[in-house]
Structures are given as structure tokens and as C-alpha cells.
Write a protein that binds this ligand. Structure first.
Ligand code: 5AD
Ligand code: SF4
Length: 367
């Protein structure tokens, strides 16, 4: 008989194995899965959590994804763009706190004013931190030239979620036009990987029309893509979006959290040395969501350091915590929880993806 225990003894997991584990409701089996993921993380990435100060640069976006609260078609969203001083102030805060890295995330824009302003910000953040801060970008699909320009200006990691690896499901979540092409998204990920970025992707979990088979395929997609970093979390409906009207049949909040934790644990077991984020969306559905994600194999925590006045406008989904993690108390609470799991928080380190370095090492030509 198939059990989580028998499946986890195998060298490599099949699509059916993944579906079995995603569907099991047996508490002992769930705990066995999470314990295994924790052991794999401890062995391959260490008993440690790295920090990224998250700066939500702008909620202006040219895209119109059906699930997202800051889609261009939502005229109820108050738009903002942080100014240079605000971004540099947040970056300096992260550097002084010893976070080691920042993530600059933004709605997608491809006009030269925007792309050049990112290039300039990258240079300034590097220089204000004596080149000590690592920088991850998450600014959507861009041309190869822009990705290269940003890489040369100091970004070394890039997050671009595929959202779902199913072409047909992707088609149901996005307008069918050239702005929202599945093929272009995959191509953009390949370009990032080719240019030398530590490349990250991820999916939303518990979407309308999504089945456990899709989620198993997502895990296989990320493994086959040889991805360095993963950020995934539950789908959370936003009332001012078209997809919210299709949510009658989505799994409950608890089920979406459960599925997300299992996805994280399975991904850790399949891709042992990657970096994996405990996403903010986890916390939206469960106050302990991010800690549970770490207990299921995630190793990256992204305190939100966006100035609070603007952070409340970066509403991808409803109920997103408006607090920012700047508060001392929030970090102290994290430290305590992490220590309680026999782990520690890394300070003053980039916290690079070990998978990236192992991948590069393995593809070097023979001397
Ligand atoms: N629920 C959960 N995640 C969402 N995102 C956008 N809208 C939602 C939502 N309603 C995620 C997408 C995107 C990232 C910036 O936020 O995965 O890539
Ligand atoms: Fe824009 Fe990203 Fe939201 Fe799509 S998910 S509308 S690309 S911010």
C-alpha cells in the first residue's frame, strides 16, 4: 500500500507520489513529510534563515492579471511610486540592521524612465552599502537588454513567478493577449538563467480551476527548470478582480495553507539546496503561516520594509498585513521562533542560493 513513508523512501518522486502526498489528510503522514523536509533543509542549506528586506517600489502595473488587486484595470487602487530617497532610506535601514539583502518588487513597467530608474537605484544601493547588500529584483518581464543592464548594475537574483506551469490554467488566469503570454514568461525565465542570475520562480496555490495534478506538475516544472529559488504561497481572492467571482469552489483557507505547506516540503525534498521563501501570503491566512513555512523547509524570510504609508496600497490580495516588519518586536519574535526550532537567523550575509553555486560548479567545462 502507498503511504507517505513508503514514498519518501524512494530516490525520486513520481507525479502520482506527489499527488498522493498533496491529498493525504492523515496527520501522522503530514508530520512525517514536514519532519523530512526540515531534515533535508538542515543538511543542505543549514539550520539557518536568511533575511531579505522587502521594498515594494510601486503598484503601477501595465498588466491585467485576473487575480491581482493592482492589475491595471482596477481603478479603485491608489497608485504610488516610491521616490529615490524613500528607497535608499529603506535599503540603508536593511543594511544597518544586517539583513544582508533586499528585494525590490514592483508592478511591471517597461518604459525607459522606469527601467533606468531601477538601474540608478541599483548603483546607489550598492554604493551606500559599500557593495555589501545583496539585491534581488522582482520587476516582471523585461527585454534581455534590460535584464543585462540590471545585472551589470548589481542585481544578482531575480524572481519571476510562473504562477502556474499549466498553459491552459495560465490562459484562464490572464487576458489572452501578447502581454500575458505563457511562452514569453517561460522564455523570460530562461533568459534570466542564461544571463547568470540566481533565478527564482513560484506558483499560487489553491486557485480556481486548479487541481492537485496541476500542483504536482508545478513541482516537476521547477525541478526540471533547475530553478535556484522558489517563492510560492496560497491564492487569496481580491474582491476588485475578475477571478474573485470564480472562487465558489476553491479550497478553504485551512486547505490552502495545508497545500502550501506540503508544496514547500515536497519542493525541499525534490530540490534540496535551493532557497525557498516563507511568503507574506502565508501569514495572511494564518498568523503563524510564515513560521510554519520555515518548519516545512523554507529558509528565507522577507521582512517588509516598505514605508507604511505606501505599503497599504500594495494590495495584491485582500487582508495583506498592513503592518510592516520594521518593528523591533516583530524581528525579536521571529528570532525567538527560529531559535525554538533549533535554527538561527543569519545577519550580514547575502544568503545566496547554494543550488546556484552547485549548478554553476557542475556546469564548468573540464580543465
Ligand atoms: N493571491 C496570492 N498571490 C497573489 N499574487 C498576485 N495576486 C495574488 C493573489 N490574489 C502574487 C503573484 C505575483 C506576486 C507578486 O504576487 O504570484 O507573482
Ligand atoms: Fe501586475 Fe504582477 Fe499583479 Fe500581474 S500579478 S497585475 S504582473 S503586479
Amino acid at each position: 500500500m502507498k503511504t507517505t513513508e513508503s514514498i519518501l523512501r524512494k530516490e525520486s518522486l513520481s507525479r502520482e507520489d506527489l499527488i498522493y502526498i498533496l491529498q493525504t489528510q492523515d496527520e501522522d503522514e503530514r508530520q512525517l513529510l514536514f519532519a523530512r523536509a526540515r531534515r533535508v533543509a538542515a543538511k543542505y542549506v543549514g539550520r539557518q534563515v536568511s533575511l531579505r528586506g522587502l521594498i515594494e517600489l510601486s503598484n503601477i502595473c501595465r498588466k491585467n492579471c485576473y487575480y491581482c488587486g493592482i492589475r491595471s484595470g482596477n481603478n479603485k487602487s491608489g497608485r504610488y511610486l516610491l521616490n529615490t530617497r524613500e528607497v535608499l532610506h529603506a535599503a540603508e535601514y536593511a543594511w544597518k540592521k544586517g539583513f544582508g539583502s533586499v528585494v525590490i518588487q514592483s508592478g511591471e513597467r517597461s518604459d525607459r524612465t522606469f527601467t533606468s530608474s531601477i538601474t540608478e537605484l541599483l548603483r546607489e544601493i550598492k554604493s551606500l552599502s559599500n557593495h555589501e547588500l545583496g539585491i534581488t529584483l522582482s520587476c516582471g518581464e523585461q527585454s534581455e537588454d534590460i535584464y543585462r543592464e540590471w545585472y551589470e548594475a548589481g542585481a544578482h537574483r531575480y524572481l519571476l513567478r510562473i504562477e502556474t506551469s499549466s498553459r491552459s490554467l495560465y490562459g484562464k488566469l490572464h487576458p489572452r493577449d501578447e502581454f500575458h503570454s505563457f511562452d514569453k514568461r517561460v522564455e523570460a525565465l530562461r533568459t534570466l538563467q542564461r544571463l547568470g542570475y540566481q533565478t527564482g520562480t513560484g506558483v499560487m496555490i489553491g486557485l480556481p480551476f486548479q487541481h492537485t495534478g496541476h500542483l504536482a506538475d508545478d513541482l516537476i516544472f521547477m525541478r526540471d527548470f533547475n530553478i535556484d529559488m522558489v517563492g510560492m504561497g496560497p491564492y487569496i481572492p481580491h474582491a476588485d478582480t475578475p477571478l474573485a467571482r470564480r472562487c465558489a469552489d476553491i479550497p478553504s483557507d485551512e486547505e490552502r495553507i495545508d497545500l502550501s505547506l506540503k508544496m514547500i516540503a515536497l519542493m525541499r525534498i525534490m530540490m534540496k539546496d535551493i532557497n525557498m521563501a516563507a511568503s507574506t501570503a502565508m501569514n495572511t491566512l494564518d498568523p503563524a503561516g510564515r513560521i510554519k513555512a520555515i518548519a516545512s523547509g523554507a529558509n528565507i524570510f522577507m521582512p517588509n520594509i516598505t514605508p507604511p504609508a505606501q505599503a497599504c496600497n500594495y494590495m495584491l490580495y485582500e487582508g495583506k498585513p498592513i503592518f510592516t516588519d520594521m518593528a523591533e518586536a516583530s524581528l525579536a519574535g521571529l528570532e525567538e521562533n527560529i531559535a525554538g526550532m533549533g535554527m538561527r537567523v543569519n545577519y550580514h550575509l547575502w544568503g545566496d542560493s547554494k543550488h546556484y553555486h552547485n549548478r554553476i560548479e557542475n556546469t564548468k567545462p573540464e580543465q
